[in-house]
Design a protein around this ligand. Sequence first.
Ligand code: NAI
Ligand code: OAA
Length: 312
Amino acid sequence: MTLKRKKVSVIGSGFTGATTAFLLAQKELCDVVLVDIPHMENPTKGKALDMLEAGPVLGFDAQITGTASYADTKESDIVIITAGIARKPGMSRDDLVQTNQQIMKDVTTEIVNYSPNAIILVLTNPVDAMTYTVFRTSGFPKERVIGQSGVLDTARFRTFVAQELNVSVKDVTGFVLGGHGDDMVPLIRYSAAGGVPIKSLLKPEQIEGIVERTRKGGAEIVNLLGNGSAYYAPAASLVEMAEAILKDQKRILPSIAYLEGEYGMEGIYLGMPTILGANGIEQIIELELSDDENKALLKSASAVKAVMEVLA
Ligand SMILES: NC(=O)C1=CN([C@@H]2O[C@H](COP(=O)(O)OP(=O)(O)OC[C@H]3O[C@@H](n4cnc5c(N)ncnc54)[C@H](O)[C@@H]3O)[C@@H](O)[C@H]2O)C=CC1
Ligand SMILES: O=C([O-])CC(=O)C(=O)O
């Protein structure tokens, strides 16, 4: 009997791509194909082989292939795009738009060619605009082109709340919506520790500090690393989304989704509460927002639109 495992291709074998590949294999969620440009073929093969050789020690069975050939990605269930350049200290994510836009187009053309039924998860920054570029280039239905930001931003928020309260991160819930930039919208009303709203556990200035640190969470790591951006938490976030899809879990997770009237917006990809399952984004959940929350979401959306205007 041949057991057919699911197949996930990860495009870009840099920090985020390699970490994502390793976590996917370690959790035995699928076989993994790690792809990079021809110039990076040997290092990509080397990383894949090194990961594979961790299998006997960690006790996982999954194939991990490193390649520069998209033929190896044929019939992937999910393709995760991490290809492109990352920012350095002093840069904004939006500074990456010109270079990464072209990379998204090139990569997406190959994905469509070899995996016309795949679900695409996009990580590359500026991620809201890059997800839109992949959507337009692929011609895929909107539910099969999804961006990652909110799982990561919410994970950072939860980390900081747990630290402030000195409680387990497992008991802290939250929801960060909007674009993946300094105007992202942590929804305090929907944030709790052990089911207790954080508003009744923390002082307003403590909450304000956590919101600010969450908004600047990417830059905090960029400044510490000095030559690149975060990858452990971003990879873990991609894997949580991929797992929800591969196992048809119907998880309620924030995703960058295409809006067609939801929250009064049209023609834009933005971080939203969604249900993720085998079909990709199965629903965008429309929360009741207060006037202030709505205003903050619109401000964040206009920052994303400004980047979209630069797109060719
Ligand atoms: N949305 C989010 O929450 C996050 C987004 N990012 C973004 O993810 C992207 C990747 O970050 P890292 O992995 O740290 O960068 P990295 O520089 O370590 O890796 C990027 C890889 O992409 C490869 N690449 C470039 N052009 C390619 C092409 N046409 N086809 C295939 N591979 C190609 C490069 O050779 C390199 O190996 C960046 O744009 C970064 O800003 C990173 C963290 C979080
Ligand atoms: O900050 C960056 O450039 C990478 C990223 O999106 C994050 O870590 O949130």
